[in-house]
Write a protein that binds this ligand. Sequence first.
Ligand code: UDP
Ligand code: MG
Length: 319
Amino acid sequence: MDKENMISLVIPVYNEEASLPHLMERLRPVMKDMGKEYEIIFIDDGSSDKSLSILKGFAAHPHVKVLELTKNYGQHAAIFSGFSVAKGGIIVTMDADLQNPPEEIPKLVKVMEEGNYDVVGTIRKERKDSVFRTFPSRIVNAIARRITGVRMTDWGCMLRAYRRSIVQHMIKSHEQSTFIPALATYFAKHVTEVEVSHEERYAGSSHYSMRKLINLQFDLVSSFSDFPLKLIMYAGIGMAFLGISLGFVLGIARLVYGAAWAAEGVFTLFAILFAFIGFQFFALGVTGEYIGRIYKEVRRRPEYVIDRIYSSDVEENIR
Ligand code: UDP
Ligand code: MG
C-alpha cells in the first residue's frame, strides 16, 4: 500500500475558496512535470465558505483525495489528518493560500533525494506578510532555535518535505498541542534548509489572529522544553535577591535619615509590592498554560475526526 517513490502533498484548507482553483491550476503541471507518482491530499478544516464543494470537484481528478473534517481543528491537526492517509515515501506540506509557490516543490524533493535528508525545511526569501505577523514570528524563531537546539532559520514556513518514517513517528506521538516542523526536526537525523520564495496571500487575510498566534507559539515552546518554567524560577530568584537587598538599603536609610524619611518611603514599598504581585500573576499564568496543556494531553481526545473521504478511487470511498 505504501509507495516509496510516491510524493504525497498535504494541504490544509480553511476558507480558501478564492485561491483553490488557482492553486490547482498551478499544482497540476508542477506535479506532472516531476514525472513521479503523486497524490494531492486536501483537508477541509471545517470551512464555512465554498471551499469544500470546490474540493469535492477536485476529487474527480485521479490524483486528488479530499478529507472532510467534522469541524475546524486548526492547521496542524488538519495536516496530521492528511498524514494519516498519505501513502508516499516523501510527504510535502504546504499552505493553500498560494503564499508557498507550488513551483518550489520539485526543488524540495530534489534536495531531499540527493542529500538523503529526513527533513527539508525552508527559509522564506522575502516574506510578504504584515509586521504584525512577522514580528511575533521573529521572536518565536529565535526562542525555538535556542530551546530545540536545532538551527532552523525559519520555523513558520509550512512548505516542507518529510520522509515517510518521520511522519510515522509524528503520528505515533499523539500530541495534542504540537508544532509540526519542530516535532519533525526532533525525530530527524539529517536536516537541511533551502530558500524558497514567498508570495502575498492570494485572497483574504491570515487566519491567525493574535490570540491564535500566541497559542501556537506557546505550543512550539512548551512542547519542547520547560524553558519558560525555568526562566520564571531564575527570575524569581533574582527578584527575591533584589527585594532582600532593597530591604537592607531601606533599613539603613531609615537609621541614617530617621522615621520621617521612611514614612515617605511607604509609596516606594507599595510600588515594589505591586511589581512582585504582577510577577506572581505572570508566573501563575505560565504554570497555568502548562497545566492546561497537560489536561489536554491526558484527556486524549482525537486530534481530528475525518467525516468523509472523497476520491475517484472507489475502494477509498467505501471507507
Ligand atoms: N488553515 C487551516 N485551519 C485553520 C487555519 C488555517 O487549515 O484553522 C490553513 C489555511 O487554509 C492555509 C494554512 O492553514 O492553507 C495557513 O493559514 P494562514 O495563511 O491563515 O496562516 P499564515 O500564512 O498567516 O501563517
Ligand atoms: Mg498564509
